[in-house]
Design a protein around this ligand. Structure first.
Ligand code: MG
Length: 158
């Protein structure tokens, strides 16, 4: 049995009046991500972590932001397609740990829902998908509410 690890990172800038999607969940807020897709940084970081675990390149390679096919796309579809690449190669997710960096709004009320939604796409249990969040104490572009970022680490196994 082989075990592989992968990590991912994503950033999107925020702008007023756009919808905000994080971890596959719509968040009530005055700002949302500027993006070609729905701008879900949690899912994008997770996709890159899964791809990285099997050295399959990165999300931009598989789902280019120049393609009309992915314009405004629900990132859960990208995660589903990414995870299929993993399972097709005989691997499954052991666990994922995600760290979201966001100044506002408070994300705690959405965490359980995010874990459930992500676990469903990844065909696993919510206790294998961790989502954590922090502010940057007002520092930098995240603190100024100009952007949002996420880190993801996954372990997959044969
Ligand atoms: Mg992205």
């Amino acid at each position: 049995m082989e075990i592989r690890i992968g990590n991912g990172y994503d950033v999107h800038l925020l702008a007023r009046g756009l919808p905000l999607f994080l971890g596959g969940v719509k968040i009530e807020h005055t700002k949302g991500c500027i993006a070609h897709s729905d701008g879900d940084v949690i899912i994008h970081a997770l996709c890159d972590a899964l791809l990285g675990a099997l050295a399959l390149g990165d999300i931009g390679q598989h789902f280019p932001d120049t393609s009309d096919e992915f314009k405004g796309i629900d990132s859960k579809i990208l995660l589903d397609r990414t995870y299929k690449m993993i399972t097709e190669r005989g691997y499954h997710l052991v666990n994922a740990d995600i760290m979201l960096l966001l100044q506002k709004p408070k994300i705690a009320p959405y965490i359980v829902k995010m874990r459930k939604v992500l676990a469903e796409v990844l065909d696993t249990a919510p206790d294998r998908v961790s989502v954590k969040a922090t502010t940057t104490e007002g520092a930098g572009y995240i603190g100024r509410e100009e952007g949002v970022a996420a880190y993801a680490v996954v372990i997959i196994s044969q």
